[in-house]
Design a protein around this ligand. Structure first.
Ligand code: HPA
Length: 261
């Protein structure tokens, strides 16, 4: 089993891996630069969602190329990190949240591999958007490290790159959202379509607009991620230690179940 890590804002450093090499992977959707390294004898692939210098804004990330590249090199399980704002008073800056649902408010992204061009109409089930095994590993790892992760959380995906208005945040909260970010969708969608196991550990960097009275800045998000980076790195590696090597979930054939017009 190959494991992939998708590092979001503030996570560009595959620091714990040994013998790191960089490789470009050519996909049907464009080229992707990945880093490969070894952890306890296993090869891990690492991808910086926003590029290695954080130069790609959320709405311009080539999500299809990123997921295709991981799939093409044989990755089966993905742990993604995501900096988020919180709408839920119990989820505070510095907290970790293991996502279990999402609400999609993105507007203009390539968000499927099944765009009908090959004459197939595919509708994938999203009752469980995130892999239960990856989630369980993240929950256990967080507990073991004493990080008390929130074991569920509904992620609101916005188009960005602007932050939200307080009125939007109020609406998202009424709809059941817990945290808000700009990159979780379509990444989770594409991963599931591609048959990958995918889970996200979200790191709360701030209270969302209107809950926090001060204006939000990207610098504040990056600074908060820096503060969490050591804990996050330990967290991911512990989750990899725990992850069962044999796949026991149905993520690998998520598309098989429902296909038709
Ligand atoms: N809104 C959207 N995305 C974010 C936020 C936020 O408040 N914090 C970190 N990413």
């Amino acid at each position: 089993m190959k494991i992939g890590i998708i590092g979001g804002t503030g996570v560009y450093d595959p620091g714990i891996l040994h013998d790191i090499r960089t490789e470009r992977v050519d996909t049907a959707y464009g080229e992707v630069e990945l880093k490969f390294g070894h952890y306890k004898g296993e090869e891990i692939a690492f991808l910086a969602r926003h590029g290695w210098t954080h130069s790609v804004p959320p709405h311009r990330v080539n999500y299809r190329a990123n997921i295709s590249a991981l799939k093409d090199i044989g990755v089966e399980r993905v742990i993604a990190t995501s900096a988020v704002g919180s709408l839920n008073p119990s989820m505070k800056p510095g907290d970790f949240v293991i996502l279990d649902q999402f609400l999609d408010f993105t507007k203009c992204r390539e968000s499927t591999f099944f765009d009908g061009q090959d004459g197939r109409v595919v509708h994938v089930d999203f009752t469980q958007p995130y892999c239960p095994t990856v989630r369980e590993s993240l929950i256990r790892a967080g507990r073991e490290l004493g990080l008390a992760p929130h074991e569920k959380g509904c992620y609101v995906a916005t188009e960005g790159p602007r932050f939200e208005t307080p009125a939007e945040i109020h609406m998202y909260r009424m709809l059941g959202g817990d945290v808000v970010g700009m990159t979780g969708v379509p990444e989770v969608v594409l991963a599931r379509e591609a048959g990958l196991c995918y889970g996200t550990v979200a790191i709360v960097t701030n209270f969302a607009a209107g809950i926090s009275k001060a204006p939000l800045t990207h610098a504040e998000v990056v600074e908060a991620m820096k503060e969490s980076s050591k804990r996050l790195r330990d967290y991911i590696m512990r989750a990899i230690d725990i992850m069962p090597r044999k796949r026991d979930c149905s993520c690998g054939n998520a598309t098989g179940a429902v296909e038709g017009s």
